[in-house]
Design a protein around this ligand. Structure first.
Ligand code: ADP
Ligand code: GLC
Length: 471
């Protein structure tokens, strides 16, 4: 089969979060299964662009409302990622350093999607499936079926994967002229709550919809930022497929972000080297358990509760542990955490920003990873942590529920709690400190976790089965 993934992110080209990791890995695993998988994404001005060789494969143009734009499609020449990678360049819209966060993001991603569909409509052949990810490519199923100029694509099955339904990319009907001329009877296929809603449109128009974990799909039916009724209505075509991890990139025995490699058999020693490095770098105490948080400092991740959790842990459990936080996001949360640095007794530290290398070193050197998320469609951090022998302390929600089994259960290997409240999270921290004191149990849990197979092999095959059902 030939599968075309359309996405806003793909590691290592451009990554803002887990979406990048998923689209950077899944196509390679689909290729391993004997299929052809390709990725199409915007040509941002990232480091990757300048350090690889490209050839121009197509030039075209289209309208975004009254504005005519030219676009260029380039292809990476060395097949560095193991799959064909195409970037779409649109001057004035996509030629920026960051993936998101611009005032004209709606225009940027609508133009990107028009260019993708326009280019595909010029191909000599038809792919077997177009797989879109989140709202940034959510208008594509609509465009393929209902835009008058792209009717030749209407027989190609489309699949939407929802990585995060909190963000839907909606914009007002005043911008409807951005969408290339379409069958106006189909207005309802674009709309949700009186606005054009790309995610809702994709849920309506894609042939199948997947969520990145089964539990997240259950949750969306009663908590999906306004789309609850739509999920209920479309439940027949929705299925949860758990994300995997790229076990080539995320492997402590070969990780290219650090030199001191280790595996399950020498994890205690290996992890101690990384822990020492982190503790030396951040002025922490190596004798105490190291609890880390890595991620976007936003409400979804319950990052706003971190200052209170850290303060309460020190107060009620005692200064028996270190916390190290890596992330960026809401300025108030960043400020509160920064303010806590002055009360640290060498047991709390912080790195505000995005740092891929440091994240790998932290998964390697930490004892525990805290993920108290309010919403977690899948979550990759906990799976990376486990592969690196770091015990997850997570809230039982979404993909965290599907990937972490509590120690109290048969064969359990993690610490879970029910609510994203300071009390429940702090209790999780307390359980971590108790476990840390039991050296034998810590070793056992590490061994069990490091042997788990969370790679993409199984889920990549599930996606293929899904595409095949559309033939
Ligand atoms: P989400 O996509 O919701 O942010 P995931 O758990 O799926 O959450 O994926 C997050 C990814 O982004 C992981 O690869 C994690 O290591 C990485 N990450 C998040 N914040 C940072 C940061 N500040 N620095 C480096 N990597 C980060
Ligand atoms: C989203 C979700 C995260 C998931 C990732 C990859 O960003 O927030 O839970 O792991 O996408 O699917």
């Amino acid at each position: 089969m030939e599968i075309i993934h359309v996405t806003a992110e793909c590691y290592p080209v451009a990554k803002a979060g887990g979406l990048g990791d998923v689209v950077g890995a899944l196509p390679a695993y689909q290729i391993k299964l004997g299929h052809v998988a390709k990725v199409v994404m915007p040509m941002y001005r990232t480091k990757y662009l300048y350090s690889h060789d490209w050839e121009v494969v197509h030039k075209g143009g289209s309208n975004l409302g009254h504005w005519w734009f030219d676009y260029t499609v380039i292809r990476e020449m060395d097949n560095a990622q193991g799959f064909d990678l195409y970037l779409i360049d649109i001057h004035g819209l996509l030629d920026r350093e960051k993936v998101y966060g611009y005032i004209d993001d709606n225009e940027r991603f609508v133009a990107f999607q028009i260019a993708v569909v326009d280019w595909m409509s010029k191909w000599q052949h038809r792919p077997d499936v177009v797989h879109v990810h989140d709202h940034h490519s959510g208008l594509i199923p609509f465009m393929m079926q209902h835009c008058l100029g792209f009717r030749s694509l209407s027989g190609i099955p489309s699949v939407l994967t929802i990585h995060n339904a909190q963000y839907q990319g909606q914009f007002g009907w005043d911008k409807s002229i951005f969408i290339p001329s379409w069958d106006s009877w189909k207005r309802g296929m674009l709309e949700w709550n009186n606005a054009i809603n790309p995610l809702a449109s994709a849920i309506k128009c894609a042939w199948k919809v997947t969520t990145v974990s089964p539990s997240y799909l259950d949750e969306l039916r009663y908590m999906s930022n306004g789309l609850e009724e739509l999920f209920e209505y479309e439940k027949g075509k929705c299925i949860g497929i758990l994300n995997g991890i790229d076990d080539q990139v995320w492997d402590p025995s070969t990780d290219k972000y650090f030199d001191h490699h280790y595996r399950s058999s020498n994890a205690e020693k290996g992890k101690a080297v990384h822990k020492k490095f982190l503790c030396d770098t951040f002025g922490l105490d190596q004798g105490k358990p190291l609890i880390i948080f890595i991620g976007r400092l936003v409400g979804e991740k319950a990052a706003d509760l971190l200052p209170a959790v850290i303060a309460d842990s020190f107060q009620h459990i005692g200064r028996k542990m270190n916390f190290l936080v890596l992330g960026s996001g809401e300025p108030e949360v960043e400020d509160q955490l920064r303010a806590m640095l002055s009360h640290s007794w060498g047991d709390f530290s912080l790195y505000v920003g995005y740092n891929e290398t440091l994240s790998h070193q932290m998964y390697a050197g930490a004892d525990f990873l805290l993920m108290p998320s309010r919403v977690e469609p899948c979550g990759l951090n906990q799976m990376y942590a486990m592969r690196y022998g770091t015990i997850p302390v997570v809230r039982r929600t979404g993909g965290l529920k599907d990937t972490v089994r509590d120690l109290s259960e048969e064969g359990g290997y993690g610490i879970t709690f029910e609510q994203a409240t300071v009390g429940d999270i702090t209790h999780g921290v307390w359980r971590a400190t108790q476990l840390y004191e039991d050296n034998k149990k810590m070793k056992e849990v590490r061994k069990t976790m490091m042997k788990l197979d969370n790679s993409w092999d199984k889920s990549a095959a599930e996606y293929i089965k899904l595409y095949e059902s559309l033939k």
